[in-house]
Write a protein that binds this ligand. Structure first.
Ligand SMILES: [Zn+2]
Length: 305
């Protein structure tokens, strides 16, 4: 981006934040952005990736490009996200490699109600009898198979099998799972009900603050201020960045492996060490990068309007 444009953006920063704080938004409008003809979803989303242990009772059982997390307990497990509709067998295989059974999943959570994280959820719910717990606004999108998603709802290739939600999770609400207590954090913006989950893990005599964080990335074509994708979307993103930058976490993982720099932290087959994913400053840096894109996206919208 040319420097002149950057200077302009920086000058506008204060004004942009004022707009966001005031929640100034035009009426909602359905974006028409869908997968362009001839292009495909990333191959990594379907590519296998060996399961691994992050720390304590948190494991990764997803594909190369889509995170699926397993939180185990003696009374059954939680699966966070499911990947694409054809991911079930890969998740099952990964769980088996760790010594766990897909049938022992009792609860299904999601970090965001987009098809690349939820499309196998209806099938896994049917196979396991697990309950689905979700935040209110993502529950609406899960229940209609993505049709009410403000950005992708009109795109056939982004829809998924509707999922019945059994329990609504509120921001800040905690629930016990085995010997841990998991807190839900509403982090809207990427979807209206995007959420993160945190808990403490005691390992090797130390206590670690662990989180599965949904990052506030901005999908192509999303409108923030002028004819926003949904009313209040810019305010949602701004609040989410603020909250996430101030989350005191020792270990954090995200909905996509590259969002938490998996390849820099871990190589497949590497022996388990509870310190592998310790990264207390990484979340703030990752959120700040997204926040910069957010500011530039808003500036471009205003420039082009
Ligand atoms: Zn998404």
């Amino acid at each position: 981006m040319p420097n002149r444009r950057l200077t302009k953006i920086i000058r506008r920063k204060a004004a942009l934040w004022a707009l966001v704080a005031l929640g100034i938004c035009a009426p909602a409008h359905a974006s028409q952005t869908c997968l362009p003809e001839g292009s495909a979803f990333p191959a990594s989303w379907s590519a296998p990736y060996p399961a691994f242990r992050v720390i304590g009772n948190l494991y990764s059982v997803g594909t190369a490009g889509l995170s699926v997390f397993l939180i185990t307990s003696d009374d059954g497990h939680i699966l966070v996200n499911t990947g694409l509709s054809d991911s079930t067998q890969q998740i099952r295989k990964n769980m088996t490699s760790l010594g766990f059974q897909l049938e022992d999943v009792r609860v299904l959570l999601t970090t965001q109600a987009h098809f690349d994280h939820t499309a196998a959820m209806a099938e896994i719910k049917a196979l396991t009898g697990a309950e689905v717990w979700a935040t209110q606004k993502d529950a609406r999108v899960l229940a209609d198979g993505g049709a009410s998603d403000a950005h992708f709802g009109h795109c056939a290739e982004f829809l998924f099998e509707p999922i019945e939600v059994d329990r609504i999770l509120a921001d800040g609400q905690s629930f016990a799972w085995g010997d841990i207590e998991i807190t839900t954090h509403l982090h809207p913006g990427h979807t209206e009900g995007s959420s993160s989950y945190t808990w403490r893990v005691n390992e090797a005599g130390s206590s670690y603050r662990v989180g599965i964080i949904n990052m506030g990335s901005i999908n192509d074509g999303k409108r923030l201020l002028i004819e926003p994708t949904y009313p209040g979307v810019a305010t949602d993103f701004a609040n989410t960045y603020f909250r996430q930058k101030n989350m005191p976490l020792d270990i954090w993982v995200s909905s996509h492996p590259e969002q938490y720099n998996l390849s820099q932290k871990y190589s497949p087959g590497q022996a388990y060490d509870h310190r592998t994913f310790v990264d207390p400053d990484g979340l703030r840096a990752a959120v700040e990068a997204l926040e910069q894109t957010f500011l530039e996206t808003m500036a471009t919208e205003l420039t082009d309007s």
